[in-house]
Design a protein around this ligand. Structure first.
Ligand SMILES: [Zn+2]
Length: 379
């Protein structure tokens, strides 16, 4: 199934992973995945199975009407999205559930050519079930290490604070993240409704994370416009921006992002599902690419939107006309914008070069006889 088909799929029809033998070659393109949320990355079948096991009742939007029809045009729409996310998370009850979730995520990443994954989680959302934010973080890091060993996919964790909660909570999470740097935590983020929690309120939390040497990757420029992205650069010193697609509304900001080497984690299927863009054609992948802005394509919450990582590259190819060399450039940007350790970066970049060489456009039909004729003439 192509990404477009996935987006236009009637409700209730399950998405197929395009990574499993679609023959497009995009699953074979090595890449890094920098925008994926923990619960949002769960397989739909796993959510349904765990819900049954733990007697959690799922709403029709997560069962027969899956993937749900969503829109965040107003706060009620965003609230609905968050409520569905919280319901999905509530199927996780045991340590085994968490280990299984992370292992399956890593297996899916490997199947889609992702050699490095940065997985975001807000420990506050899992604290009640897993014995507090610290105990949860340790479990998650252990699960990530085991999944890495089992699949060969490198995993870094980004602790993400919730911008609709008190900024003091974010500071607590920043200190927690700082404590585990070098032990699997690589970054600090900020998620949830951008219209409700402006960036500058989280300045102190980001200072803590910055001093610790964590990569800073808040969401911005998704539900709010360019001012929110600028505030994330000015107040939070963001190295990367989650989404950031609405930056295109301000050409000076686009120039600033390009000049500053700030990578945008662009998630086309998410933008369409949440109504940030009316259609995949309106996601400004081409505009940002032509402007020289670093782009790392991401799936965000495939559990709620359907399409996973390869589908985002299919959108770039099928909707925005990215040729193989440009798709390889996107993959390179995802690696360069990542916190992957140096040997892995070099390995992934080598793989991207090899993929590009294997996908170079072949010479036209007249080339061979001509070459033959020249050789004949010379011989
Ligand atoms: Zn996100």
């Amino acid at each position: 199934m192509s990404a477009l088909e996935a987006l236009e799929r009637p409700p209730g029809q399950a998405a197929q992973s395009s990574a499993t033998g679609s023959g497009t070659g995009l699953a074979a393109l090595p890449k890094a995945h920098l925008h994926l949320h923990l619960t949002g990355a769960m397989r739909h079948a796993t959510m349904v199975e765990l819900a049954k096991r733990h007697k959690v009742s799922l709403p029709p939007a997560l069962t027969q009407e899956w993937p749900p029809q969503l829109s965040t045009a107003d706060e009620r729409g965003w609230f609905r999205f968050q409520r569905l996310y919280d319901t999905a998370r509530s199927v996780l009850k045991t340590h085994d559930d968490l280990y299984r979730l992370v292992r399956e995520i890593a297996e899916d990443e490997r199947a889609e050519g992702s050699g490095w994954l940065e997985l975001q989680a807000d420990p506050s959302g899992y604290a009640t079930i897993y014995g507090g934010i610290t105990a949860f973080t340790e479990l998650l890091l252990d699960a990530a290490r085991k999944a890495e060993n089992a699949t060969g996919v490198g995993i870094g964790i980004i602790i993400a604070a919730n911008r609709t909660r008190h900024p003091l909570d974010a500071r607590t999470l920043a200190r927690l993240a700082a404590q585990y740097i070098g032990r699997g935590i690589i970054g600090f983020g900020l998620s949830n409704d951008e219209r409700r929690g402006p960036a500058n309120e989280f300045e102190q939390a980001f200072r803590i994370a910055e001093r610790a040497g964590l990569l800073l990757a808040p969401h911005a420029g998704e539900l709010a416009g360019p001012a929110s992205v600028a505030a994330s650069l000015d107040a939070l010193h963001a190295n990367r921006i989650g989404h950031g697609v609405r930056s295109v509304e301000d050409p000076a900001l686009v120039e600033r992002l390009a000049a500053g080497g700030v990578t945008l984690e662009v998630c086309p299927a998410s933008n369409v599902a949440l109504g940030v863009a009316p259609a995949a054609t309106a996601v400004p992948v081409r505009t940002l690419f032509e402007a020289g802005v670093g782009i790392a394509l991401g799936a965000d919450d495939p559990l709620l939107f359907g399409p996973r990582l390869v589908s985002q590259y299919e959108i770039a190819r099928d909707v925005h006309g990215f040729r193989p060399a440009e798709l390889a450039a996107l993959a390179r940007m995802s690696v360069r914008g990542s916190a992957a350790p140096e040997p892995l970066r070099a390995h992934l970049l080598d793989g991207i070069n090899a993929w590009e060489a294997a996908n170079l456009p072949r010479a036209g039909p007249s080339a061979l006889p001509l070459r033959g004729a020249i050789q004949g003439a010379l011989g």
